[in-house]
Design a protein around this ligand. Structure first.
Ligand code: SF4
Length: 343
């Protein structure tokens, strides 16, 4: 039996994931048709399955899209060329990209327009990296690690450095320092591209790591920020396990250990709760490292849709005094967890 379990905050859903899950739920409530979602809406297997059961089809290519379909683009961001293709085939197109990924796309466009060669630090083939690289393919060079930055040779003396939002800080920092050393005129965004959710979750778990023998990180193997939490811990020599279900934990010996538990930004809280119930710790302490208040509104196309729908219903049924619990005005109080429960 686990001796003491520290349940760490912040953990789990970030503002971008909250927004994307709610946006896709809204689409299912508005449309009867199958919703075609480009890439997994967020990288969590349980959430993807839940949406599949509710008439969402996840696709990786515009070839898979029937004409006049209803389309949602995922939180990880879509290359402009691909977005254009989707728009030309679909009837309705809603983009649930996280604003913090959009920020990186803007930076890539700006640096490219200014004539910079861009080094983008990210995971090859990850949806976010694929989308970002597609913003300025002629100027962008993807690297994954310290060896790559040492090996890369760029001809231009105008070089800029960008990153995937979900890297491990301890992987990113040496790469950034090496890039600065190699390219003294290196341009970077004023604030680096690692997002608040990625850094807050890593800082929180690292701040408690000294008190525990081992760490459980809840999340799917496809989730970059979940993997980054494990990497951050391993980089400081701490044992850490990425877990999704109780099956993953059966053969791990937690007997009399002090354990901390956290979750990646796309992991629903019930997954963590299942694990806590299963390991039945003798003592639980809630460790709050920082508070998060970030909120991202629904995509503008969807807000317009919902407003139009609400106005239509009010004008058609003026006597209808029924007040909706959900809507644009109270979107902040409707969580992604509630949205998923409503499916
Ligand atoms: S992890 Fe960061 S970049 Fe990704 S959706 Fe969440 S807030 Fe946005």
């Amino acid at each position: 039996m686990v001796n003491k379990l520290y349940v760490v905050t912040p953990r789990g859903f970030c503002a971008g994931v909250e927004m994307a899950i709610k946006a896709l739920t809204w689409m299912l409530k508005i449309y009867d048709e199958t919703i075609y979602c480009y890439h997994e809406i967020v990288h969590n297997d349980w959430i993807v399955e839940k949406f599949k059961e509710n008439n969402v089809k996840f696709i990786n290519n515009t070839d898979e899209l029937p004409n006049n379909s209803i389309v949602m683009l995922s939180a990880h961001g879509t290359a402009p060329k691909i977005e254009k293709e989707f728009k030309s085939i679909s009837l309705t197109n809603v983009n649930s990209v996280c604003p913090l990924v959009t920020k990186v796309h803007h930076e890539a466009k700006r640096f490219s327009d200014e004539g910079h060669e861009i080094i983008y630090v990210g995971h090859k083939n990850h949806d976010e990296a694929v989308g970002a690289m597609g913003v300025a393919p002629q100027s962008m060079n993807l690297i994954e690690n310290l060896d790559d930055i040492e090996e890369i040779e760029l001809k231009s003396n105008k070089v800029a450095l960008l990153a995937q939002t979900t890297l491990a800080m301890s992987d990113w920092e040496p790469i950034m320092l090496k890039a600065k050393e190699k390219y003294p005129n290196l341009k970077m965004p004023r604030k680096n591209d690692l997002c608040y959710a990625t850094t807050n979750r890593q800082e929180a778990i690292i701040n408690i790591a000294d008190k525990v023998d081992t760490v459980i990180v809840i999340g799917s193997s496809t989730s970059s920020n979940t993997n980054a939490l494990v990497t951050s811990l391993n980089n400081i020599g701490k044992e850490a396990y990425r877990i999704e279900t109780t099956d993953d934990i059966e053969n791990i010996d937690f007997k009399n250990k002090n354990v901390a538990i956290t979750a990646g930004a796309s992991a629903p809280d019930h997954m963590l709760q299942n694990i806590v119930d299963y390991i039945k710790p003798k003592n639980i302490e809630f460790y709050i490292d920082s508070d998060e208040t970030e909120y991202f509104p629904l995509p503008v196309e969807l807000r317009t849709n919902i407003k139009n729908l609400t106005n239509f219903i009010s004008s058609m049924f003026p006597e209808n005094k029924c007040i909706s619990k959900y809507g644009i005005k109270n979107d902040k109080s409707w969580s992604a967890t509630k949205a998923l429960t409503s499916l």
